[in-house]
Design a protein around this ligand. Structure first.
Ligand SMILES: [Zn+2]
Length: 495
């Protein structure tokens, strides 16, 4: 048993942060009560005077491989980012996969995040060793994680109608070398990884991520859905992230990507849409009716020029909304406070009608309970309540973000930026104490990352050269698609 005394416990819904003590038994919250809560005489005391306690933030969407690619691009659309993938994420050793994940996990912990839904990329197919390396990185830092390999059986160039045809024959030949493994190989490798998973599933588990619907054949999506069902794990896909995707979906299937996934039997309570910027009302209704989730990534959506997802419309249709940062290669920092602030701000920027805006308590709940449900950890993380895991962030109320303390929910979402994070407890264990990680040596990580950076710049130089040739073509072709008017009825004849 451990007792946290003297803190103020956030209730985001009630917009209160009353003084309270928290009794912890092992990794779980046993009791929360007024100051002076009874505890065994020998229970260690964590002094939380002057600190605000809130449930650990949960990142519903990120990518382990992105952390070593931080800062590599500026004016990238999603389509240019996908073109850059072999350059910025290629040639990784097993150690570098582990290192990249660990950098992200360390950053998230320091910024008040205690669990993440991570979609790593391995080319030409995921491997049990590669997935284990990512999972182990999270375990070493002390975070919870769901590791969902991004899989596809069509490359980006094969998935965008007409794109191959506009490449010169020599470029087409180079692009053809990027071909992915047959889908059965990917499914078999994921099955082996699921069966042989050695990490504690209570903390680190797997899921399955057919990366983008039209990058996968129908048989592949069905096999992914079956595999996820068979093993009781989540399914996660980037759906209608960009307008290009939404239009290509209609062109390819004669229906939206969501309707296509629905017809393949992929939707359900353990299904998560990443982004969903271009979902239409019918898509959202389908997701809501299936009890599915959207991982809302407002920072990445702006950064890649994809637009503003409509969180209010999702909530109205009973879609579970979680919040994410996306990967460091397209939203740069993995700061969930920033994700909350952006979620609130883009909602306001979309339309002038205040009733369409999401409230700060809706945003705070999305970043905790909403994300927890997307990860499949609902009822166990995302709240400070008896029976929930002791995943607790301690914010310093003497930090300017909290001077003065007027409304804790508004300030958590609109004012906090991670600067006030003093301690982070995950499963009753202090992973961050006095602003320092207790589990990994960040200076050592930096040295390893610098060596990896040098090596990767060398081995990926040919892929950088290929990107430089492809970027002007992709950069003209895809915006051409994106400038097309987007009306669903134009393609499928329904309102
Ligand atoms: Zn993503």
């Amino acid at each position: 048993m451990t007792i946290i005394r003297g803190g103020r416990v956030l209730d985001a819904r009630a917009r209160r942060a009353d003084p309270g003590d928290i009794l912890i038994d092992g990794d779980t919250i046993a009791e929360i009560g007024p100051p002076g809560l009874a505890a065994p005489a020998d229970a260690p005391v964590v002094d939380a005077h002057g600190l605000l306690l809130h449930p650990g933030l949960i990142n519903a969407h990120t990518h382990a491989q992105g952390n070593l690619a931080k800062g590599m691009g500026d004016r990238w659309t999603l389509e240019l980012l996908l073109t850059a993938a072999p350059w910025i994420g290629g040639g990784r050793t097993l150690e570098e996969r582990h290192l990249s994940a660990k950098i992200g996990a360390a950053e998230m912990a320091l910024k008040g995040c205690t669990a993440a839904y991570d979609l790593p990329l391995e080319w030409p197919a995921p491997t049990p060793e590669g997935l284990e390396a990512v999972g182990r990185a999270y375990a070493e830092v002390g975070l919870r994680a769901v590791v969902a390999p991004m899989v596809a059986d069509r490359t980006f160039f094969e998935a965008i109608p007409g794109l191959m045809e506009v490449l010169t024959p020599p470029l087409r030949k180079e692009v053809e070398k990027l071909r992915l493994a047959p889908w059965k190989t990917s499914v078999e490798n994921m099955r082996r990884a699921l069966q042989g998973w050695t990490l504690d599933r209570d903390r680190i588990r797997m899921a399955v991520a057919p990366t983008i619907p039209h990058h996968c054949s129908d048989e592949f999506i069905r096999a992914c859905a079956d595999l996820a069902k068979e093993h009781g794990v989540g399914l996660h896909s980037h759906v209608s992230e960009s307008k290009v995707q939404a239009i290509v979906g209609l062109q390819t299937y004669g229906k939206t990507l969501t309707a296509h996934l629905d017809d393949l039997g992929a939707l359900g309570p353990s299904f998560t849409v990443a982004h969903g910027v271009w979902l239409d009302p019918d898509d959202m209704t389908r997701l809501g009716d299936h009890g599915a989730s959207v991982a809302h990534n407002p920072g990445s959506n702006m950064r890649l020029g994809n637009g503003f997802a409509d969180m209010r419309a999702m909530l109205e249709r009973r879609v579970n909304v979680g919040l994410g940062t996306d990967g460091a290669n397209c939203s740069d920092n993995l700061n969930m406070y920033e994700a909350m602030r952006f979620a609130a701000l883009v909602s306001k920027a979309r339309v002038p009608d205040v009733e369409r805006w999401v409230t700060t308590d809706e945003v705070a709940l999305a970043a905790t309970e909403g994300s927890a449900r997307a990860l499949g950890f609902d009822g166990r993380i995302g709240r400070l309540a008896p029976g929930y895991k002791a995943d607790i962030v301690f914010l310093d109320l003497a930090h300017p973000n909290w001077i003065p303390l007027n409304d804790p929910t508004n300030q958590l979402v609109h004012a906090e930026d991670g600067g006030a994070v003093r301690h982070v407890m995950i499963g009753g264990r202090m992973v961050v104490e006095n602003r320092r990680l207790t589990t990994v040596d960040v200076a050592a990580l930096a040295r390893e990352a610098e060596a990896a950076r040098d090596r990767l710049a060398r081995v990926n130089a040919p892929m950088k050269a290929l990107y430089d040739q492809l970027a002007p073509v992709v950069g003209r072709y895809c915006p051409g698609l994106a400038h097309m008017p987007y009306h669903v009825d134009r393609y499928v004849g329904h309102a």
